[in-house]
Design a protein around this ligand. Structure first.
Ligand code: SF4
Ligand code: SF4
Length: 391
């Protein structure tokens, strides 16, 4: 077991808060694309797996074509040099469980990197590997959290056809239910992505998941118009309208207690998490309808992207590499404080860069004093306005 004692937890809080609100020089969140490989073929994939894309171009997303994936021993070195404020690491892909060493990679980020949580986004096609990772976190890191986000976007047959894997819906759903039983620090979510390929059936899929499949925790997203995926012109309004309609069902189901809060936390933490999500949804809805600068972006400051072969990027939307960790002997913080990253931070600030990239918004909100105040206000209203059942 690798539990942190209360004193250790307290000693981490102040540097993290200082970094988040004042200094902003150390990453709190990292999205690591552990591989560009995938066994599915989704048409909305920004890697282009569902489309006729040249293999060389496909493997070039977040890495140089042909470059080898970072090995476990390289990642173990890297994990030691991510700074004192690392909070969450998102292991993504491609399909991350195609890497047989994903469990060891997770262990490196939790044990050597000190991350408080891991978030793994998977298509759910490797149930045994997912369960093994869940058991490892439950046994070895009971004070940390594993979020297992499993994609289910459509009704069963349509989902399997869209992803090109027979039986995937059932497999992914079984993974969700089995992993939920592992331990309280393993939190499983179903993620439903609305795109031009499922917007007609997305609401039916949502109701099927909640009413018939026993899903208790669900998040929503919209296919991002980037990478090798270009959304068809003319359908944006309908896709957005579907997303907002399903968001309405989701809010209603959460209020009625049919769905849990995404964090599954309780007490004050859950209230603050809910308040952050509400604020984020409001900002994103406004931003999709009327794009414009409202908040400083903390990409390349509080969070960043690590590609499969070690290239580092500020976010998934700006394809300008800040360098490769292999050239910095895996000293991530050295790369983060070097001139390219500094120039990127200046560019983001001076261009007042803005977008609807959800992963950035979490950190943008947390690093803004005004938004923290708004979250506290929202949280207070929620707690005053409902019967007290916790904490
Ligand atoms: S599962 Fe994810 S990475 Fe794989 S093809 Fe689908 S969207 Fe792309
Ligand atoms: S605003 Fe969006 S596109 Fe610009 S740097 Fe931030 S996350 Fe990237």
């Amino acid at each position: 077991m690798n539990n942190r004692n209360p004193a250790e937890r307290r000693s981490r809080f102040l540097p993290i808060a200082w970094n988040c609100l004042v200094n902003r020089r150390s990453p709190m969140g990292l999205i690591h694309f552990v591989t560009n490989r995938c066994n599915a073929k989704c048409a909305h994939c920004f890697h282009g797996y569902g489309r006729e894309v040249e293999q060389t171009a496909r493997t070039g997303l977040f890495s140089h074509p042909g470059d080898a994936e970072l090995r476990l021993d390289e990642l173990e070195q890297l994990a030691r040099h991510l700074g004192p404020c690392l909070f969450n690491v998102n292991l993504s892909g491609g399909e991350p469980f195609l890497r047989e060493d994903l469990e060891a990679i997770g262990r490196a980020y939790l044990g050597l990197g000190g991350a408080a949580s891991l978030f793994v986004s998977t298509n759910g096609s490797f149930p045994e590997r997912a369960l093994s990772l869940a058991r490892m976190v439950a046994v070895e890191y009971p004070d940390r959290v594993l979020f297992l986000s499993i994609s289910l976007d459509d009704l069963p047959e349509r989902h399997d056809r869209a992803r090109g894997i027979p039986g995937l819906f059932e497999n992914a759903l079984a993974t969700y239910h089995r992993a939920r039983e592992v331990a309280s620090n393993v939190r499983c979510l179903i993620n439903l992505t609305v795109s031009e390929y499922n917007y007609r059936s997305a609401a039916a899929a949502y109701h099927h998941l909640i009413r018939d499949c026993g899903v208790r925790n669900l998040t929503l997203g919209m296919a991002r118009n980037e990478g090798f995926y270009t959304a068809s012109k003319g359908l944006e309004a309908e896709v957005l309208a579907t997303l907002e309609a399903v968001q309405g069902f989701l809010r209603k189901d959460r209020r009625a207690g049919r769905l849990e809060s995404p964090s599954e936390a309780s007490g004050l933490l859950a209230t603050m998490h809910e308040a952050k999500n509400r604020l984020q949804t409001q900002f994103l809805e406004n931003q999709r309808r009327q794009p414009g600068y409202v908040l400083a972006c903390r990409a390349a400051a509080l969070f960043g992207i690590l590609g499969p072969s070690g290239e580092v990027f500020p976010c998934e939307l700006v394809p300008r590499s800040l360098g490769n960790v292999r050239d910095y002997y895996y000293e991530f913080i050295d790369l983060w404080h070097d001139s390219k990253a500094e120039a990127m931070r200046t560019w983001i600030a001076t261009t007042r860069c803005h977008c609807t990239y959800e992963c950035a918004w979490t950190y943008n909100l947390l690093a803004d004093w005004g938004c923290l105040g708004a979250m506290a206000g929202l949280g207070l209203c929620t707690r005053i306005g409902r019967p007290r059942t916790d904490g």
